[in-house]
Design a protein around this ligand. Structure first.
Ligand SMILES: Nc1ncnc2c1ncn2[C@@H]1O[C@H](COP(=O)(O)OP(=O)(O)OP(=O)(O)O)[C@@H](O)[C@H]1O
Ligand SMILES: [Mg+2]
Length: 294
């Protein structure tokens, strides 16, 4: 009886979201569960937001329904995608707003190559400074998991962009996440942020276990803003590979295209689709798609 009620509830829930999220079935008629990935490094300026928004956009271009959840009070993911900062995540978690009230559509011109229509869709749960007060307003560690579970079967991938400063919100995101991507510069302080982030991931494992959740997977570590001509970068990359082995993905090079694209409010796929920067990022999108087995 209870399971019957539950299924009716689920069916109702999906019809509820469809008017906003579109009618198209997932590509290849896949019936795969939604995946949540999170970008973390407790050091600022290592490329978390850049990778989060581009991976989200790349997957949307390829045909997936993707939500980028901006969990940083700076609201940079929101801004990068041409949207205004708003308390989207705050409304969702604190005011219990429905998704259809907080989701914002990203205009394809911002992220898709000129003349190309994305096969999927890209939405944002925006952020602003109010995100900072989420942890003092919510007491349920599963708040993030419970809200985003509502999208299972409607959305293919959710990508969380996080702030460099650890908070209880990170803890709640850890409980909702399937896999983590760690961008890092090949520099001492970024490595410290990486180690701290790995420690916090480790600390959440017993809680996940207690609630029957699988181990929080490390999807990969992405060396960013890499300069092959800089000896210290080469040495540090070698150290990173010695410590983490196959978890280290191919390095992303320091390129001015990233700054140029953000100056005009576009992603590199749209601003410079044939650039080396765009090629570097497609390699990351390929790998994410493969790791998630989408
Ligand atoms: N491969 C790259 N080459 C050159 N510049 C880059 C590269 N990747 C990112 N950037 C630039 O570096 C800056 C910091 O990147 P980003 O905002 O993505 O870092 P972050 O880790 O999200 O920072 P924060 O911790 O403050 O949120 C941005 O101006 C971005 O355009
Ligand atoms: Mg950021």
């Amino acid at each position: 009886m209870l399971s019957c009620v539950y299924h009716v509830f689920l069916r109702h829930q999906k019809t509820y979201f469809r008017p906003f999220l579109g009618q198209s079935p997932p590509i290849n008629n896949r019936k795969k569960p939604m995946k949540i990935i999170t970008l973390i490094n407790e050091k600022g300026g290592v490329g978390k937001t850049t990778i989060a928004v581009h991976v989200a956009a790349g997957l949307a271009i390829r045909g997936y329904k993707v939500i980028i959840a901006d969990a940083d009070p700076q609201g940079h993911a929101t801004l990068c995608l041409g949207l205004k900062k708003e308390p989207g995540l705050y409304d969702l978690l604190v005011r219990s707003s429905p998704f259809r009230d907080v989701l914002r559509v990203v205009h394809p011109e911002r992220y898709a190559p000129p003349g190309q229509t994305p096969k999927g869709q890209l939405y944002v749960v925006p952020s602003n400074v109010e995100t900072r007060s989420i942890p003092i307003q919510i007491s349920d560690a599963f708040a993030v998991a419970d809200r985003f579970k509502e999208l299972d079967g409607v959305v293919d991938v959710v990508i969380f962009d996080t702030s460099p400063t650890p908070s209880l919100l990170h803890g709640s995101i850890y409980l909702a996440t399937d896999a983590i991507l760690y961008p890092t510069k090949c520099e001492f302080l970024s490595f410290d942020g990486l180690v701290e982030s790995f420690n916090h991931r480790q600390m959440i494992q017993p809680t996940r276990e207690r609630y029957g959740l699988s181990e929080l997977k490390v999807m990969g570590i992405i060396p960013t803003m890499f300069r092959s001509s800089t000896l210290v970068h080469q040495e540090n990359l070698n150290k990173l590979k010695a410590k983490y082995g196959n978890l280290v993905w191919p390095e992303m090079y320091m390129r001015t295209t990233w700054a140029e694209a953000s100056t005009v409010g576009r992603l590199v796929f749209s601003f410079a689709p044939d650039s080396s920067a765009a090629r570097d990022m497609w390699t990351v999108v390929d790998r994410v798609e493969m790791e998630l087995a989408l």
